[in-house]
Design a protein around this ligand. Structure first.
Ligand SMILES: [Zn+2]
Length: 602
C-alpha cells in the first residue's frame, strides 16, 4: 500500500515473464485482444456490476464453475496445510481465454487470526501455468483491469471512493476493517490487497471447452476482516479449525470463484491428523485410515464427503477437529449432528435436544417452501466465538458452543433461501435474510397456535394469523433510524443490519402474504424453488413471481405491487418512522393496507 503503486506479487515461477506486467493501458473495458490472439482475451476479474460498492473485488468471469474437488492435507495440531494440499477446479470457458482469475487471500493485515498461505504451483489441464497476484480494479474501468492508475484500485464503503484524496472513481474492494469498533470510512482510499490470483495457461482456452485447474498451496488458513469489522472464515478450534465464511471468506482457506452465483458441485477428500473428524457439505462417503508417515507421525485419516448439489461460494463447510459425529435418517433425509467434544457434557445434552428438532422444523418449513431441496441436512456446533451462526449448505454452523431454537428455524429456512436459491449478488442479501427472518416469525406463530389447540383447530389457526399480524405491526411501528437504509443498497458496513437486512424484509414478506393470500404466497415460494433451485435469482426475477401470483390482475393492482417493492426494498427514508416509512402494507395489517376495496386498487 505504501507508495500507492500497483503491487504485483509474482509467485514461484521464477524466470517466466508475467504477461500483464508489460501491458500498455488498454482502451477497451473488455481488455480487447491484441492481434494474434484469435479473438481471445482475459476473463473478467470481477462478477460485480459497475458501480458496486459491496465486495466489488469478488467473482471471476469468462468461465462457469462446474465442480470443485477439495483435497486438504491438514495438520490439526499446528493448524497448517501441508505439501500435497490442493484444490482441483473444473470450469467451462464462456469465451476464449488468454488468462482467468480466482479469489485467494493468502495473507492479510490481520497477522494473528488472518491467513498466511503460499501457492506453490498451478496447472491447467495438467500443464504448468504461469500465475501471479494482482489487485482488483473497480468494475467497469474503461482503462481495463490492468489500469496503471493507483486510484483505480482503492477501497471504500461508498461510490465514489472519496477518501483523503477525493478519488472520483468507484471502489475496487470493500475495506477490511480491523475490528467492530472501527468507523465505517476508516480505510477509505487505501489500496486494495492483491487477492486476485491470475492464471495464464500456456495456450488460450477455447470458448465452450471444459478445463481443470489445480492449485497447490500450503500454510495457515485464517479469517477475513469484513467491511463491518466482523471476521469470518477458518477459525482456530481447540485442535483444528471451524469454518463459517459469509460473505467472502472461503478465499481465506481455498482459492475459488468467490461470488454467490458461482455454484459448483463439490467433493471433499481431506487427509488430516489421525483421530480428527472432517465435517463438510453433502453426504459422508468413506473414511480411510493411514499408517504413520513423516508428515503425520501418529498416522492420518482421509474423510470423503460428496455434494451432488451445487454450493454457493460462502456456504462451503470444511471443519476439522475433535468433533463427535452421528447421523440418523428421517423421512428419507440424512441428518448429521456434530459437536466439538470440548463442549461441556451438560451443554452438549442441551444442544442435542435442540438439534433433535431439525427434522420437525424441516417438515414445518416444507409446508411453505415445498420439498426440502437436499438429500442431507445437519448441524455442527463449534467452540470458536465467531461473529455469527451460518446456514452452511446441509451443515448449519453454530458458533460459541451453543444452539438456540429461534436461530435453528432461521438457518434451516436458508436451506431453501440462500442455499438452494441463492442471491444474484451481495446486495440481495436482504432477500434470503428476510425469508429466514420470516421463519422466526412463523415459529412464534406456531407456538401461539399450539398453545390454543394446534393447526387442526380454528382457534389455533386464528392464533397463528394473529401472531403474524402482531409481529408485523410491532416492526411497522419502528422509529429512529429503522427505515433509513434501503435493503437492496447496503454499504459493506451495514450489510448485516438488523433493521434493513433482517426485520424490514421479514415484515415485507408478512405483508406480501396478506396481499397475495396465504395460498398464493406459498405457491409463489414453491414456484421460485422449482424455477431457480440450484441456481440464483435477481431482484427483478423475484418480484416477477410475486406479481404472477397476485390474485388481482388489474393494471392498478400490479402497479401498486411494484410500488410496494420499491418502498420496502429500494427506498431509504429520512429518520423517524411515521410518514417516513413504506405507506403500502397489506390487508389486516397496520398502515393504509394495499387494496382500496376488496380486490380493487383505486
Ligand atoms: Zn440468515
Amino acid at each position: 500500500m505504501a507508495g500507492r503503486r500497483l503491487s504485483i506479487a509474482v509467485a514461484a515461477c521464477a524466470g517466466l515473464v508475467v504477461p500483464w506486467l508489460g501491458l500498455a493501458p488498454l482502451t477497451s473495458p473488455a481488455d480487447a485482444s491484441p492481434a494474434g490472439n484469435g479473438g481471445c482475451s482475459a476473463g473478467a476479474r470481477t462478477l460485480s456490476p459497475p458501480g458496486s460498492r459491496l465486495y466489488p473485488e469478488t467473482g471471476n468471469g469468462g468461465y462457469t464453475s462446474l465442480h470443485t474437488l477439495v483435497h486438504l492435507v491438514y495438520n490439526a495440531t499446528t493448524n497448517r496445510f501441508l505439501p500435497g494440499n490442493r484444490v482441483l477446479l473444473t470450469d467451462r470457458a464462456t469465451q476464449c481465454l488468454t488468462s482467468f482469475s480466482l479469489d485467494f487471500e493468502r495473507r492479510s493485515a490481520n497477522t494473528s487470526a488472518g491467513p498466511d498461505m503460499a501457492v506453490s504451483s498451478v496447472t491447467v489441464n495438467g500443464h504448468p501455468a504461469r500465475f501471479g497476484f494482482v489487485q482488483p480494479t473497480y468494475p467497469g474501468d474503461p482503462n481495463g483491469q490492468d489500469d496503471p492508475d493507483p486510484a483505480a484500485h482503492e477501497a471504500s464503503q461508498t461510490n465514489p471512493v472519496g477518501g483523503p484524496d477525493n478519488n472520483p472513481l468507484p471502489p475496487a474492494c470493500s475495506p477490511e476493517l480491523p475490528n467492530t469498533d472501527a468507523v465505517a470510512n476508516s480505510l477509505d482510499g487505501t489500496q486494495c490487497p492483491a487477492n486476485k490470483l491470475v492464471i495464464t495457461p500456456r495456450a488460450p482456452i477455447r470458448d465452450g471447452s471444459v478445463f481443470t485447474v489445480t492449485v497447490r498451496y500450503t500454510g495457515r488458513p485464517g479469517v477475513h476482516n469484513d467491511g463491518d469489522g466482523t471476521t469470518e472464515g477458518w477459525f482456530r478450534a481447540p485442535d483444528g479449525g471451524f469454518v463459517t465464511t459469509e460473505p467472502v471468506a472461503s478465499e481465506d482457506w481455498m482459492p475459488l470463484n468467490d461470488y454467490p452465483t458461482a455454484k459448483p458441485t463439490y467433493d471433499f477428500s481431506d487427509t488430516v491428523t489421525e483421530g480428527r473428524t472432517v465435517i463438510a457439505n453433502g453426504v459422508l462417503v468413506s473414511v480411510q485410515h493411514h499408517p504413520a508417515s513423516r508428515e503425520f507421525p501418529g498416522g492420518s485419516v482421509t474423510w470423503n464427503w460428496h455434494s451432488a448439489a451445487p454450493i454457493a461460494s460462502y456456504l462451503v463447510e470444511d471443519s476439522v477437529g475433535n468433533y463427535s459425529l452421528t447421523a440418523r435418517t428421517v423421512g428419507g433425509i440424512t441428518f448429521y449432528q456434530v459437536q466439538d467434544t470440548a463442549i461441556k457434557a451438560a451443554q452438549q445434552e442441551k444442544n442435542l435436544a435442540i438439534m433433535n428438532m431439525q427434522p420437525d422444523i424441516t417438515q414445518f418449513e416444507s409446508q411453505f417452501n415445498g420439498p426440502y431441496p437436499f438429500t442431507s441436512g445437519g448441524i455442527i456446533i463449534g467452540t470458536p466465538d465467531a461473529s455469527f451462526d451460518e446456514e452452511m449448505q446441509t451443515m448449519i454452523a453454530f458458533a460459541g458452543g451453543t444452539i438456540d431454537t429461534d436461530t435453528l428455524y432461521h438457518e434451516n429456512m436458508h436451506q431453501w433461501w440462500g442455499d438452494n436459491v441463492s442471491e444474484g449478488g451481495y446486495h440481495m442479501t436482504f432477500f434470503k435474510e428476510g425469508l429466514a427472518t420470516l421463519a422466526e416469525f412463523l415459529y412464534h406463530a406456531r407456538l401461539a397456535e399450539n398453545a390454543v389447540g394446534g393447526p387442526s383447530s380454528a382457534k389455533g389457526r386464528a392464533a397463528f394469523q394473529a401472531s403474524l399480524v402482531r409481529q408485523f405491526n410491532q416492526i411497522y411501528g419502528s422509529t429512529g433510524d429503522f427505515w433509513t437504509a434501503a435493503p437492496s443498497n447496503p454499504a459493506p458496513f451495514g450489510l448485516f443490519s438488523d433493521s434493513a437486512t433482517y426485520n424490514r424484509p421479514g415484515a415485507a414478506y408478512i405483508a406480501l402474504r396478506q396481499i397475495l393470500g396465504p395460498g398464493n404466497f406459498t405457491r409463489a415460494l414453491r414456484q421460485i424453488q422449482r424455477t431457480y433451485g440450484g441456481a440464483s435469482i435477481s431482484e427483478a426475477q423475484l418480484e416477477a413471481v410475486f406479481h404472477r401470483w397476485l390474485p388481482v390482475h388489474s393494471g392498478a393492482c400490479q402497479e401498486r405491487l411494484g410500488e410496494f417493492f420499491t418502498q420496502w426494498s429500494d427506498t431509504a427514508y429520512p429518520p423517524g418512522g411515521g410518514a417516513n416509512r413504506p405507506v403500502i402494507t397489506g390487508p389486516g395489517l397496520a398502515g393504509p393496507g394495499f387494496y382500496s376495496a376488496p380486490g380493487v386498487c383505486a
